[in-house]
Design a protein around this ligand. Structure first.
Ligand SMILES: *Cc1c(COP(=O)(O)O)cnc(C)c1O
Length: 407
């Protein structure tokens, strides 16, 4: 008989998007003339930068000629891309990362989800609440999360992010081994300063722990004092793995390209106390289970690392940041407390009522869809997430409706 991995049965049912879709459908049936505006989307809306299109067109032609055709590429990614990443994303910011510490992949979702495979099931894991659901669910599937009691897994340490701590996770007073952090944050839009991030790096060094740092929204950072990479913090090379993605940076959500940095100094331990390089383990894992990102896509990603490319990416993100500013200013103008919306495409709004109640209010009174905060964890209750990923006229129309109907 083929027994299943029963850890899958421990996953919490994901009602969120099904429930959102159901409520939208019900509303639209009753109000067929109202055009619904979706501000719940976690996906980009603008097309790819021109430099990426040109590079991919050229790469397609390469594939049609005997001399430049490419079959399987290196599992770690083509050197041309890893060298550009090392130079433009790190060296230019005063951070030293070598191309052989960079692993190109088809998404930060899979990388943040897969990286936990390198660790024992006996480790203690700390995960923020609210959070991008991938970190938690992949640990549940691996059998590391324990029993589900009252919406919380017994072996997970939840790092609660609330108004009281400015939506920044606090250093645990117990020992944990693996820590997930995401800045700028999804869903709250919160950012972390160098001093605060230094506390986590110090904690990880003292406890021989590893930080998995998700910097998928790095490109939205505009304030000079916010770190773009965890490696801007002294000592981080020994304790941090960083995830980056071209998805939100350059509109690659449908093209698929990302990368993970695993510095040579990062180690885990055997039961007998030997140090093992996580970079070597990840290389072995990737070359066994992954066959690389397509040549065409890697050429497209490479194109953002030029003066033209950087300019186009910056313009793309400035568009969303202006949307975010408009949303935040309007919501604050109506008296709502908000975080994010600066250095981030997300605005996290305290609705002063149950998440779903506020969702219904926005839908029924204004015809606007948001994401209920409770979908990201217990601490998300009472909040909603509004996303700046939309067209300017839609955002402005949505704000007009909110000003008229929520006063
Ligand atoms: C969108 C997003 C990613 C990027 O995922 P891809 O698989 O690279 O598209 C990673 N982490 C967070 C928190 C995100 O919101």
């Amino acid at each position: 008989m083929v027994y299943i991995n029963e850890n899958f049965l421990r996953l919490q049912k994901s009602y969120l998007f099904v429930e959102i879709a159901r409520r939208i459908e019900e509303f639209q049936e009753k109000n067929p003339d109202i055009e619904i505006i979706r501000l719940g989307i976690g996906d980009v809306t603008l097309p790819l930068p021109g430099v990426c299109i040109e590079a991919m067109e050229k790469a397609v032609k390469d594939m049609g000629k005997v001399d430049s055709f490419k079959g399987y590429g290196p599992e770690q990614g083509y050197l041309f891309l890893r060298e550009k990443i090392a130079e433009w994303d790190f060296s230019k910011r005063g951070v030293s990362i070598s191309p052989d510490e960079i692993f190109v992949s088809d998404g930060a979702k899979c990388d943040t989800g897969n990286f936990q495979e390198l660790f024992s099931n006996e480790i203690k894991v700390a995960i923020p609440d609210p959070v991008y659901p991938v970190y938690l669910d992949t640990n549940v599937m691996a059998g590391r999360a324990g029993e589900l009691l009252d919406g919380r897994y017994s072996n997970i340490l939840y790092l609660e992010c609330t108004e009281n701590n400015g939506f920044l996770p606090e250093i645990p007073d117990t020992r944990v081994d693996l820590i997930y952090l995401c800045f700028p944050n999804n869903p709250t839009g919160a950012t972390i300063s160098k001093q605060e991030l230094k506390k986590w790096v110090d904690y990880a060094r003292e406890n021989k722990a590893i930080i998995l740092y998700d910097a998928a929204y790095e490109a939205f950072i505009r304030d000079d004092d916010i770190p773009h990479s965890i490696y801007e913090i002294q000592g981080a090379r020994e304790v941090a793995v960083e995830f980056r993605s071209f998805s939100k940076t350059a509109g690659f959500t449908g093209v698929r390209c990302a990368y993970t940095v695993v510095p040579r100094e990062c180690v885990g331990y055997t039961k007998s106390g030997d140090k093992i390089s996580l970079r070597d383990m990840w290389l072995r894992r990737q070359s066994t289970k992954f066959n690389g990102v397509s040549y065409i896509v890697q050429r497209g990603a490479e194109a953002i690392y030029s003066n033209d490319g950087q300019k186009q990416v910056k313009e793309l993100i400035n568009y969303y940041l202006e949307n975010a500013r408009i949303i935040k200013t309007n919501m604050q103008g109506l008296g709502y407390t908000c975080v994010g919306g600066k250095n981030s495409p997300y605005i996290w709004i305290n609705g002063r009522m149950d998440s779903w109640e506020f969702f219904d209010l926005l839908l029924k009174r204004c015809g606007i869809v948001c994401t209920p905060g409770i979908g990201f964890g217990k601490c998300g209750d009472g909040y909603i997430r509004i996303s700046a990923f939309n067209f300017r006229d839609k955002v402005e129309q949505a704000m007009d409706r909110i000003k008229t109907h929520l006063k």
